[in-house]
Design a protein around this ligand. Sequence first.
Ligand code: 13P
Length: 258
Amino acid sequence: MSAPNEAPRAALVLGNWKMNGDAASAEALLAGLLAGARDIAGAAGVCPPYPYLGLAAARLAGSGIGWGAQDVSAFDDGAYTGEVSARMLADMGCTWALVGHSERRTLFGDTDAEVARKAARALAAGLVPVVCVGETLADREAGSTELVLARQIDAVCPVLREAGERCVLAYEPVWAIGTGLTASPAQAQAAHAFIRGRLAAGGVVAAPRLQVLYGGSVKPSNAVELFGQPDVDGGLIGGASLVAADFLAICRAAAGRA
Ligand code: 13P
């Protein structure tokens, strides 16, 4: 839904498959999604592991379901063993690249500055960066949620100012990822409104029109209520995106939210 006087923001649901599955399971999952593609076309995408991006591209082309990457290098082409550049992802037909997922930040040491560089590379290659932010349980219990979100947002504002509407934000409270704990709709709404306001304060003039997705244990059973919040424009889905029927149900919940 949208604030008064704002054009409605389209719903978007992205599936982050993380490092799960193999070629056979990716093929089966894509087939399952294609079976329901008509309902969710234009409002959904998947982020498979890099080796299966080509498969996603081949199967999803023309379906209305998009695809993207789970990360992107902060560097341009060159001697960066193991890295994948934004230009390569654009070559694979990716629409989106996740940047700053909490698993990248906590397990692989991605800093705020690196996240901003990754977002810049993605934009330069014509991809839509999905900038992920979120606080840990310790942050929340210490009353530091807004402080942490502000720091993460402020680092990307200089990049996102240049992006117009070609960027997406994702609020993923770390304590809700893969834990079965979900932010309450009110907690999600408060964080999303804060994120949008902080972007605007940081000079991102498109902030009222940007999609801000919620991620963290979204399931078909809680999606409708979460997506019913005025500043929650869809979801970034982990575990439930590995089950075609669940992901489709979540996408349908987002599409019907307005
Ligand atoms: P879960 O939906 O498994 O909690 O994961 C959320 C997430 O990290 C999506 O990027």
